[in-house]
Design a protein around this ligand. Structure first.
Ligand SMILES: [Zn+2]
Ligand SMILES: [Zn+2]
Ligand SMILES: [Zn+2]
Length: 254
């Protein structure tokens, strides 16, 4: 089945663009609307997409001084958080996670992996601008069981740090999810007989009420690559508030 063209909205001017044209558009839109040239600090234009479901994508302006931990918190807030899974960034050969500790090399854990982690692992308390300057492509993983894997690219520097706040520049429009039984727009995703692994089967309100089908618990359809994975229901659980806080309309619950 051909994949529908992915479009999204520019948060700066409110206009809709295809995914493939959004980067070019934002470059000119940022120049027009985004940057007081004398604004303090600088930001990194970050584009993020899900590896398995590239129809989910974000453009962010992240203060260059923001830490990877703050980027992680933002991603959890807008897209990922279901139940406090671990997460990590991989940039070049370095692995950034929350609490690096020395791993003992013993029989239960392969020495090679322990050695690699002990030498290549750092915590997330590093500035994005230092480890991921423009041109850098890197990865983020959330949940090492049913993992959501993201690719991030630092595109360019933007004048001004947005008052120290991560700003949403653009995101994909929610992909249409159809009910597997009747084709109507689905409100839920659930496991089906055909797909017992991922919750990719759409279910509409009518069919959910009418049919006595053997479904596991349904999850709401949300604009997130985590839709249907683990217990993702879009309810924001925040561990740490990132610098500048969140915009209320940034989470997946829309
Ligand atoms: Zn625009
Ligand atoms: Zn979970
Ligand atoms: Zn239906």
């Amino acid at each position: 089945m051909p994949r529908a063209v992915s479009s999204g909205n520019c948060e700066l001017c409110g206009k809709s663009f295809r995914k493939s044209g959004m980067t070019r558009h934002l470059q000119s839109c940022l120049a027009k609307t985004g940057g007081a040239k004398d604004a303090a600090g600088r930001s990194i234009h970050l584009v993020i997409e899900d590896d398995d479901r590239p129809e989910y994508w974000l453009h962010l302006a992240v203060p260059a001084a923001a830490s990877l931990e703050e980027v992680d918190a933002y991603l959890r807030h807008i897209w990922l958080e279901c139940c406090f899974h671990l997460s990590a960034f991989t940039i070049d050969q370095t692995y950034y996670d929350y609490t690096p500790f020395e791993i003992e090399e013993d029989d239960d854990f392969t020495d090679l992996l322990a050695t690699w982690l002990n030498t290549n692992r750092k915590d997330m308390n590093v500035a994005l601008g230092d480890v991921a300057p423009p041109g850098k492509r890197f990865r983020h993983e959330y949940d090492f069981g049913s993992t959501t894997e993201l690719t991030l690219r630092s595109l360019a520097e933007i004048d001004g740090d947005g008052g120290g706040k991560i700003r949403l520049l653009a995101r994909n429009d929610a992909p249409a999810v159809e009910c597997v039984f009747c084709g109507a727009p689905a409100s839920w995703v659930t496991r089906t007989e055909e797909d017992r692994i991922a919750m990719t089967g759409g279910l509409c309100e009518g069919c959910a009420a009418r049919m006595d089908i053997d479904i596991d618990y349904p999850l709401p359809v949300l604009n997130s690559p985590r839709c249907g994975v683990c217990g993702y229901d879009g309810d924001t659980i925040i561990i740490g508030e990132p610098i500048g806080g969140f915009d209320d309309d940034d989470d997946g619950d829309e």
